[in-house]
Design a protein. Structure first.
Length: 146
């Protein structure tokens, strides 16, 4: 069984059972964003949590070891055509240099970790149109001087 097989099986079960990512995450005691990322194959899942996920979804036992493998994180270099993903690229394209300037002014020369990192997605109702709130919470890693 390959990672893509597990991901496709998860999508099929999710659809068949009418599950949500939040419901799956709650069932295994993890965050929605992290759980979704694991299911999409972009993060590895510690064995005890993989066992819970496999059990909850009714996946084959072999899926546990696949979910626990360290992924190779790759993506197309072309700008995606999906409108939601494209808009995130647009945000980075328009505000990336601004974010870099503001972060480095506040913290110094360094980067925000995507390893020591959490992300939340929230919805705020608004009469002018509901708002998407993305919270990116990454540890600051200063560049080493030697």
């Amino acid at each position: 069984m390959k990672r893509i097989d597990v991901t496709e099986e998860i999508f099929a079960i999710k659809k068949e059972k009418g599950l949500t990512w939040e419901g799956i995450a709650d069932a295994i005691g993890m965050s929605t964003v992290w759980t979704t990322s694991v299911c999409l194959g972009m993060n590895s899942c510690p064995a005890p949590i993989a066992d819970k996920l496999v059990s909850f979804l009714g996946l084959p036992a072999e899926a546990c070891s696949v979910l626990s493998e360290f992924p190779t994180k790759t993506w197309d270099e072309a700008v995606p055509q999906d409108p939601l993903i494209y808009r995130l690229y647009e945000v980075v394209g328009v505000y990336g240099d601004t974010l870099k300037e503001v972060i480095q002014e506040k913290f110094g020369d360094g980067i925000m970790s995507a390893i020591d990192f959490t992300m939340d997605v929230d919805k705020v109702e608004d009469p002018k149109g509901d708002r998407v709130i993305l919270t990116l919470n990454g540890k600051f890693l200063p560049y080493k001087v030697w």
